[in-house]
Design a protein around this ligand. Structure first.
Ligand code: ADP
Ligand code: MG
Length: 287
């Protein structure tokens, strides 16, 4: 199973659009996918056509109450599920303030979930509070959507440092595995310049530690496309709302890159294993 938190401390960069449409594309490719909505604004839930009904368990009851993942999860189709949120979740920050181990709640609940998924995709709020921390402790991977804006990298080093600290102290499996440019205008010079800056930023960061080692700057750029902005109000992914749009094409292409990482991952595990068992490996012998 791959578990991916979609994070950026800025709002409006494409986190929710990417979480939902990537999840929908992976589900169409036959993977079993669950979207977890960690934003009290509930945009991912609404985008998938789910409005929380009174009395039904949501992410709030999961984190602040006794609900299990199974109770809170809702089915969109055979391959696509969601754990929805609603505005109640805004109270989590305060309610959990004095709770010991509050960053581990989601991870613990996931460990108790009997259901198997190929992908968990966690749509995070635009902040680094207790909700995002729960996501970072629960997943193996971080995807970072960026808007090609001249301030795109502003504040990013701080965000990445914070995530790296979490990876050192609370979740050693955590890796930044993908950076994706959203709302890309291919005909503006600014977009091209900013993507070069971002490229350089991540090439430098790669030397900075384990957390960045496998970071991939996806070749797919999600172009600005009005259909992507319209789809949420119909409670549909881009593939249901406008399957022939550029938006559907771009998220399909992103999903193919994400799926190709599966292959790379299994090959890497293979070579890791052979390194471990290879006694002629001097580094191993010395260790
Ligand atoms: P975040 O979750 O980071 O706050 P959203 O995914 O909600 O960002 O996107 C912010 C707004 O921009 C939403 O109204 C969304 O529909 C719109 N949007 C996102 N991606 C695109 C795109 N590629 N083209 C056009 N509009 C987009
Ligand atoms: Mg959002």
């Amino acid at each position: 199973m791959r578990s991916i938190a979609v994070i950026n401390q800025k709002g409006g960069v494409g986190k929710t659009t990417s979480s939902v449409n990537l999840a929908a594309a992976l589900a169409r490719a036959g993977r079993k996918v669950c979207v977890m909505d960690l934003d009290p604004q509930a945009h991912a839930s609404l985008h998938l056509g789910i409005t929380a009904i009174d009395g039904e368990a949501t992410m709030y009851e999961l984190l602040c109450g006794d609900a299990t993942i199974e109770q809170a999860r809702q089915k969109i189709n055979d391959n696509l599920f969601v754990v929805p949120s609603n505005l109640d979740l805004a109270a989590a920050e305060m309610e959990l303030a004095s709770e010991v181990g509050r960053e581990m709640i989601l991870s613990d609940k996931l460990a108790e979930d009997p259901e198997d998924f190929d992908y968990l995709i966690l749509d995070c709020p635009p902040s680094l509070g207790v909700l995002t921390l729960n996501a970072l402790v629960a997943v193996n991977e971080v995807f970072l959507p960026l808007q090609p804006h001249f301030l795109a990298l502003h504040g990013l080093s701080k965000l990445l440092r914070t995530i790296e600290v979490v990876s050192r102290r609370m979740n050693s499996r955590l890796q930044l595995s993908g950076v994706v440019l959203c709302m890309y205008d291919s005909n503006t010079r600014l977009a091209a310049e900013v993507s070069t800056d971002i490229d350089q930023f991540f090439n430098v960061s790669k030397d900075a530690g384990k957390f960045f080692r496998n970071a991939k700057f996806f070749d797919t750029r999600i172009r600005r496309n009005i259909r992507l902005a319209e789809a949420p109000s119909f409670g549909q992914s881009i593939f249901d709302y406008s399957p022939d749009s550029n938006g559907a094409f771009d998220y399909q292409s992103l999903a193919e890159e994400v799926l190709s990482q599966e292959l790379a991952d299994s090959q890497m595990e293979e070579s890791d294993r052979s390194a471990i068992f290879d006694n002629s490996n001097p580094a191993r012998m010395a260790a």
